[in-house]
Design a protein around this ligand. Structure first.
Ligand SMILES: Cc1ncc(COP(=O)(O)O)c(C=O)c1O
Length: 392
C-alpha cells in the first residue's frame, strides 16, 4: 500500500505458494493480526483457532508440544522456557499456602531449592523422602499432602524410584504423582503408563540434544489440571522463544537414534570402567551390582539410559588429573549433549552440601557422572582408560 508519503510499514504480504515447506517455518512474531473484533472475540473464546500474542502461545511451541505429547501419550502439554520453568509451573501453579508436598530426596539441585526455600517462603510445607522406599514416603504423608514430586532415575547416584509403588500410594491417597522424566526420556520410560498425573521434562537435555537451547515441558493427564498449568505458565511468562522451539524440533527429529546409540555405548562403557584399576565403583542401572537392578529391569524394560556414574580412587588431585587427561571430553555441568560430558557433583550440583552430607550420598571427590554421547565406543573406552591411568 502506498500514498504520497510512502508505504505503510505492515503487513508485507507473504509470497504465494501452492506447495508447503518441509521444515516448520520459524514464527518469531510477537503478535498476530486478526480480521475483526468479532474474529478476535471468537479466538479468545475458542470458537476460532488462531494465535493472538506469543506469550499466550505460538506455532513453534505448539509443534514441539505436539511431538512430546505423542511421545508421552498425552495431549495438551505446554512447552516452557526451561526445565525449571516447567517444575515451577507445577509447584507454584498448583499448590497453595497450607499445602504440603513430598519431594524425592535426590531431586535436581534447583528443584531441591524450590522445595527447601521458595515453597516454605510461600507457606507450602515440604518434606524430602527416598523415592525408592514407598514406606518412607508413606511415613512422610500429612493430611494436607497434595503431591509427590520425583525423578525416575536420580542424579547423580542413578537410583531408580519405585514409580509403580508411588503411583499406587498416590491413587490410594487421592494426591498427585509428578514425575520429572528428564533423565529417562519417553524413549526409556513413559510415566503416564505407570500412573503418573503430571510429567515434566528439561528439553534442554537429551530431547533437544545439542546444548544450544533451554526449554522445558509439562503435561497433565487431567485436562483441567493441564489448563491450569497452561494459564499459570502464560500469566508468569514461562513461554519459550520461537527460535529455541524451532531448534529443539530439529534436535528432536534425531532424538530416538541418538538415545539408542548413547544408551548402547553407556552400557559398554560402564562395564569397561568397572574393569579399570583406579575405579572404585561404577553405577549403571543395568549392571547386576546396581542397588535397584531388579526394579530397573522391570520398570525401565532393560533400558539403562545414557548416564553412567563412577568413583575414582583418590581425592581432588586425582579428579583434577582425570579431567585434565580427558581433555577431549567436556567437563561441563550439563547432560544429554551429542558429545560425552563429565560432571563432578562435589564442585557443581552438590557443592552446597557439607562434606558429611555428600559422604552420606556417596559423593566423594572422586565421584564423576558421565553423560554418554555419540562417540565411537572404542574411542571413548580408550579416552577413559588413559584418563583413569593418569589419575592414579
Ligand atoms: C532432572 C532435571 N530436571 C530439571 C532440570 C532443569 O532443567 P533446565 O536446566 O532446562 O532448567 C534439570 C537440569 O539439569 C535436570 O537435570
Amino acid at each position: 500500500m502506498r500514498n504520497s508519503k510512502g508505504s505503510l510499514v505492515r503487513p508485507v504480504p507473504l509470497p504465494e505458494s501452492a506447495s508447503r515447506p518441509l521444515v516448520t517455518p520459524l514464527s518469531p512474531s510477537v503478535a498476530y493480526a486478526s480480521d475483526t473484533p468479532d474474529a478476535l472475540d471468537d479466538q479468545y473464546e475458542g470458537r476460532l483457532q488462531g494465535y493472538t500474542y506469543a506469550r499466550e502461545g505460538h506455532p513453534n511451541a505448539d509443534v514441539v508440544a505436539a511431538r512430546l505429547d505423542a511421545m508421552e501419550g498425552v495431549s495438551g502439554g505446554v512447552v516452557t522456557g526451561s526445565g525449571m520453568a516447567a517444575v515451577s509451573a507445577v509447584l507454584m501453579g498448583l499448590l497453595k499456602t497450607g499445602d504440603h508436598v513430598i519431594g524425592g530426596n535426590q531431586l535436581y539441585g534447583r528443584s531441591m531449592r524450590l522445595m527447601g526455600e521458595d515453597l516454605p517462603r510461600l507457606g507450602i510445607a515440604t518434606t524430602l523422602a527416598d523415592p525408592c522406599d514407598v514406606a518412607e514416603v508413606r511415613a512422610a504423608l500429612r493430611p494436607e499432602t497434595r503431591m509427590i514430586l520425583v525423578e525416575v532415575v536420580s542424579n547423580p547416584s542413578l537410583r531408580v524410584s519405585d514409580i509403580d509403588g508411588l503411583a499406587e500410594l498416590c491413587r490410594e491417597q487421592g494426591i498427585l504423582l509428578v514425575v520429572d522424566n528428564t533423565f529417562t526420556t519417553p524413549r526409556g520410560f513413559r510415566p503416564f503408563d505407570h500412573g503418573a498425573d503430571i510429567v515434566v521434562h528439561s528439553l534442554t537435555k537429551l530431547l533437544a540434544g545439542h546444548s544450544d537451547v533451554m526449554l522445558g515441558y509439562v503435561a497433565a493427564r487431567d485436562p483441567d489440571l493441564a489448563a491450569r498449568l497452561r494459564v499459570f505458565a502464560v500469566t508468569c511468562g514461562l513461554t519459550p522463544s520461537p527460535f529455541d522451539c524451532w531448534l529443539a524440533e530439529r534436535g528432536m527429529l534425531s532424538f530416538e537414534l541418538r538415545y539408542d546409540r548413547a544408551q548402547a555405548t553407556a552400557a559398554v562403557l560402564a562395564d569397561h570402567l568397572a574393569g579399570l584399576s583406579g575405579v572404585k565403583r561404577v553405577i549403571y542401572p543395568m549392571r547386576s551390582d546396581h542397588p535397584d537392578h531388579a526394579r530397573a529391569q522391570g520398570l525401565l524394560a532393560g533400558q539403562g539410559g545414557n548416564m553412567v556414574s563412577f568413583e575414582l580412587e583418590g581425592g581432588r588431585a586425582s579428579a583434577n588429573a582425570f579431567t585434565r587427561a580427558a581433555d577431549g571430553l567436556c567437563f561441563a555441568p550439563t547432560l544429554g549433549d551429542v558429545g560425552t560430558t563429565l560432571s563432578h557433583p562435589a564442585t557443581s550440583s552438590h557443592r552446597a552440601l557439607s562434606v558429611e552430607e555428600r559422604a552420606q550420598l556417596g559423593l566423594s571427590e572422586g565421584f564423576f557422572r558421565v553423560s554418554v554421547g555419540l562417540e565411537e565406543p572404542e574411542v571413548l573406552m580408550q579416552v577413559f582408560s588413559e584418563a583413569v591411568s593418569a589419575a592414579l
